[in-house]
Design a protein around this ligand. Structure first.
Ligand SMILES: [Zn+2]
Length: 296
């Protein structure tokens, strides 16, 4: 299974866990490999590729740092390495999607900070929406429909806003926090869970609903946030344990496998906090990679 990663993902010195953890996970995979997982260097997106989804003025703001307010709209302090980090992380998601689509199998990228980014600005530590960029790349490569599954703790409102104009993109979104909530549409409906014991059932239900009303998807893009974990200060919900998240990953990847849908995953949320140290966070993200590798 190809998992895209480059040290560029963690290039920005001002970016915290959202980008630095890609390096922690990559180092963990080198130290303690998961069978069949191969780390592969992605291509970085260029201005033209980004402008397929984002306003050119915003893309250039992130590139050159002016206007500074717009360049800093993701909530990350701007420096020239932010461009290096975010174009590599979005590029990795695009590359993983294309590998998944072309092989009919599974791939991933150690990317985070994608789903809140909108057309003309960033938001919530998300700079470029690698999920929609990857969906568009897959559609350009022959896919007829793409499903984005977003199980990050926070809602995927940036993705929802960007996919409205393209009826070939759908989203199943289960969150435990109101941040970036949006009005539901037929193709894109957020579910907010407030009780940990209802979480897995809500994930199952969201997948069933989209299967019922949607087409046969040619590709699934999975935003595998670990911030619903009960020990995560940014999003965590009591009752969502490591075992629950392992069951969630098993559920999602089996669901794809049973329907013969290729899938590409990103790491997404999950932050070091008082009850979640760096090693525990890495171990949570390894659950996604381990479950995905079983499909390969
Ligand atoms: Zn999140």
């Amino acid at each position: 299974m190809k998992v895209f990663y480059s040290p560029d993902y963690a290039a920005s010195p001002h970016a915290f866990d959202i980008t630095l953890k890609s390096q922690w996970v990559a180092e963990s995979l080198l130290r303690d490999p998961i069978d069949g997982v191969e780390l592969v260097r992605p291509h970085s997106l260029d201005v033209g590729e980004l402008a397929a989804v984002h306003d050119l003025q915003y893309v250039e703001a992130v590139h050159y740092g002016t206007p500074r307010g717009l360049a800093g709209s993701p909530g990350l302090t701007w420096d020239e390495d932010l461009w290096t980090a975010t174009t590599a992380a979005a590029g990795g998601m695009v590359d993983a999607a294309l590998v998944g689509l072309r092989t009919g199998g599974v791939a991933g990228s150690l990317s985070s900070g994608l789903h809140h980014a909108c057309r003309a600005s960033g938001r919530g530590f998300c700079t470029f929406n690698g999920l929609v960029l990857a969906a568009r790349a897959a559609l350009d490569d022959g896919a007829e429909s793409v499903l984005i599954v977003d199980f990050d703790a926070h809602c995927g409102g940036g993705t929802a806003s960007l996919m409205q104009s393209d009826p070939r993109i759908w989203q199943a979104d289960v969150s435990v926090d109101w941040f970036d909530f949006y009005d539901p549409t037929d193709r894109c409906q957020p579910t907010l869970v407030s009780e940990g014991e209802q979480y897995l059932a809500a994930c199952t239900q969201a997948l069933s609903r989209i299967e019922h009303i949607g087409p046969n998807f040619d590709l699934v893009l999975y935003n595998a946030g670990m911030d619903p974990y009960e020990g995560c200060d940014t999003g965590g919900l009591d009752g969502i344990t490591k075992e629950v998240l392992e069951a969630r990953e098993n559920l999602l990847f089996r669901w794809c496998q049973e329907r013969k849908m290729p899938v590409a995953f990103a790491l997404a949320g999950g932050y070091v906090s008082a009850h979640l140290d760096e090693k525990e966070l890495v171990d949570l993200h390894r659950l996604t990679i381990a479950e995905a590798s079983l499909l390969d």
